[in-house]
Design a protein around this ligand. Structure first.
Ligand SMILES: Cc1cc2nc3c(=O)[nH]c(=O)nc-3n(C[C@H](O)[C@H](O)[C@H](O)COP(=O)(O)O)c2cc1C
Length: 149
């Protein structure tokens, strides 16, 4: 199986705890069945999601997610093959956006969409590093066709 990593950013539409818990419940059920793992970073002004799994499964899921009307402007930031998963134990983890990520002003000015592959990946690597028993090392880049959605 070719393992693929896809990271996109989008902007929530009608964000609240209930909407988020519905998304996570669906994600955890579906992703476990499809052997997709990852994490969803959330804030009122930002979704930043990492999906990893078999290429066809990740691409099919992203096609569905980007049409979801609970967010808008989904933009792919990283799409590459990966040697290993960053979140192997998580059908879909939930992380609140942290203070060390972008400010609201930066988000509204498009800083997330303008970030490089390494800057975006560094956010997820830092999240992994903050959990106990983490794997070390920055994942190697192996770019695939990169398309803005
Ligand atoms: C920000 C965001 C992230 C989502 N992440 C996932 C996910 O990881 N897995 C998933 O199955 N659905 C996810 N969804 C929900 C899908 O868009 C979709 O509603 C869900 O998969 C149910 O699809 P279905 O009605 O075709 O079964 C997400 C939705 C949003 C808005």
């Amino acid at each position: 199986m070719t393992l693929m990593r896809l990271i996109y950013a989008s902007h929530p539409f009608g964000f609240d705890d209930l909407a988020l818990s519905h998304i996570l419940k669906t994600a955890q059920k579906h992703n476990a069945a499809a052997n997709i793992t990852g994490t969803l970073i959330c804030r009122e002004d930002l979704y930043l999601q990492l999906l990893e799994g078999a290429r066809a499964d990740v691409e099919a899921l992203y096609e569905k997610i980007k049409r979801d009307d609970r967010h808008a402007d989904a933009t792919i930031l990283v799409q590459e093959t990966a040697a290993q998963r960053l979140f192997p134990m998580w059908a879909m983890r939930h992380d609140p956006a942290k203070s060390w990520m972008w400010t609201r002003e930066q988000v509204s000015q498009g800083a997330v969409e303008a970030a490089t592959r390494d800057e975006v990946l560094a956010i997820f690597v830092r999240l992994v590093a903050e959990q106990p028993g983490h794997l070390s090392g920055i994942p190697q880049s192996c770019p695939m066709s990169h398309s803005k959605s």
